[in-house]
Ligand binder design. Sequence first.
Ligand code: GLP
Length: 242
Amino acid sequence: AKRMVVFDDVQQASHHVADEIIQLVGTKPSAVLGLATGSTPIAVYEELIRRYRAGEVDFSKITTFNLDEYVGLSPEHPQSFAAFMRTHLFDAIDVPEHHTHVPAGVANDFLSTAELFEKKIQTSGGIDWQLLGIGDNGHIGFNEPGSPGDSGTRLVELADETIEANSRFFDSPDDVPRQAITMGIATILKAKRLVLMAFGAAKAQAVADAVAGPVTPDCPASFLQRHPNATFIVDRAAAAAL
Ligand code: GLP
């Protein structure tokens, strides 16, 4: 697979990614998809919904695993990633609710919750296809700079810049959770295919570091260089620092 593909605009890039998902689900109806939140994948989900409504794809047999969730937010909380996924995808397609998995943001024991999440991925057969965004600081999921390459699903502290960047979704920065539960770098690298999407100038440095810099925990997305089937899907602005 190509390491990076540059598109003229977000719409074309998103259609390309949606096509890849639809093709996979067409050949393997029980595909296991790894999904992401954030503003970046929204146009992909919109396209999947459009194609589903047009009768071009059937999601009734897929299984999904999301990358991460804020600690302290229940699935009912409007800013939870579970709510995001219902709003932007799950409620509009035919995936059964029990086929969808978002890490639990509220738990008595995050260690066993994280272990259970890893086990569920394994018993599902493993993730066939994983969608990723990237933070301005190079994070993937909520694996902030400093995350080791052998990390599994775990409780993490959010970086100050992540809290700042995500405060736009909350009433005030004080309302942004300080911790999250996230798939680890090793969890992500186990997926058979990785597609990382990045748009806009704010992502340009992170993309350049991830694609062309050293493989280092300083830029968690750089670990994708170790994956045999990982592709960066970007627009011109996000490719500008390469
Ligand atoms: C978030 C998520 C990431 C996401 C990133 C970028 O906090 N945990 O999975 O890729 O930040 O978000 P956006 O796509 O809105 O730029």
